[in-house]
Design a protein. Structure first.
Length: 299
């Protein structure tokens, strides 16, 4: 079969560039997907501006709803989203069927979703119900990442705070409220130092703020993935005898079940044709921007 061509948004020497290139070749165990909509994430902006090292030519994008073209698990035409962490198949966790401890990340270490077609490990696919809007379906990855806080040892009897006021902080707060937790959102430490049983960081504020907000012997939940190392006040954390727990993702099935019930309308913004990525990237850079989406076929 002659290679078909597609448009893809790739990391360039400077910024990102739209390229016409052959459709990706299918490796064993992979599914081929036709991308319907892909969300623009801060990770994509970091990759484009060089803050996060990504290979030149790498197709960006990891938040996606797509239609199956070929898969060993789903029929052609099935609507799916993908878990963007691709298992290595070699580590102890992969061997015993749990989450890979050194995954390749879609759109960072493997060609991503800002393209007409995408090939990815079949195991990463999750079926999306038809009733779910395309924007909500393309937003499942951030929901699963925010829902991961439910894996931390927190209880409804405790008083918690999400540190930050951006989109991810708001989404995390809404999920915890929906699940019946006593949670609030704070932009800064203000006068509430030491007032909370647990603090959830979102990389909007330094870890020192989380350490200040939490009670002695409290819990700090780490969930953000800054593109570079961040400073950490070890001595204060030890004096307060804090516990730190890092969480990555809730099961995507849980995120799919919750997605229709969450109030998301103000968090989800416009859809741009892939060709207009530069406008979308610029808008996505604004702190108050809702989630923006790229559509490969331009609608
Ligand atoms: Zn993302
Ligand atoms: Zn692994």
């Amino acid at each position: 079969m002659a290679a078909t061509m597609m448009m893809a948004l790739c990391r360039a020497r400077e910024g990102a560039v739209l390229e016409r290139r052959p459709s990706p070749t299918l490796a064993p165990g992979e599914a081929r997907l036709r991308v319907l909509l892909a969300g623009v994430c801060r990770t994509d902006l970091y990759a484009a501006n060089g803050v996060l090292p990504v290979a030149i030519g790498r197709v960006l994008g990891h938040e996606v709803v797509a239609e199956v073209m070929t898969s060993s698990r789903f029929a052609a035409g099935t609507r799916v989203t993908v878990h963007p962490w691709i298992g290595c198949a070699r580590c102890a966790e992969c061997q015993n069927g749990t989450e890979c401890s050194s995954p390749r990340v879609l759109g960072v270490d493997a060609d991503g979703a800002f393209a007409e077609e995408l090939c990815i490990d079949d195991a990463c696919l999750h079926q999306v119900p038809r009733e779910l809007s395309l924007r909500r379906a393309a937003y499942i990855e951030p929901i699963a990442a925010s829902m991961a806080v439910l894996r931390a040892p927190i209880t409804r009897a405790q008083r918690g705070v999400v540190l930050g006021t951006g989109r991810i902080a708001t989404l995390t707060t809404r999920i915890l409220e929906h699940e019946g937790f006593d949670i609030c959102q704070l932009a800064t430490v203000a006068t509430d130092a030491g007032a909370f049983d647990y603090v959830i960081e979102t990389n909007e504020r330094p870890i020192a703020d989380a350490v200040a907000l939490v009670k002695a012997r409290g819990l700090v939940v780490l969930k953000s993935r800054p593109p570079a190392s961040v400073p950490f006040d070890l001595a204060t954390a030890v004096k307060k005898q804090l516990t730190f727990v890092a969480v990555a993702y809730a099961p995507f099935g849980d995120a799919l079940a919750l997605a229709p019930n969450l109030d998301l309308d103000d968090l989800l913004g416009d859809v741009y044709p892939l060709e207009r990525f530069a406008v979308a990237f610029e808008r996505a850079n604004e702190v108050s921007s809702p989630k923006l989406f790229l559509e490969p076929k331009g609608g």
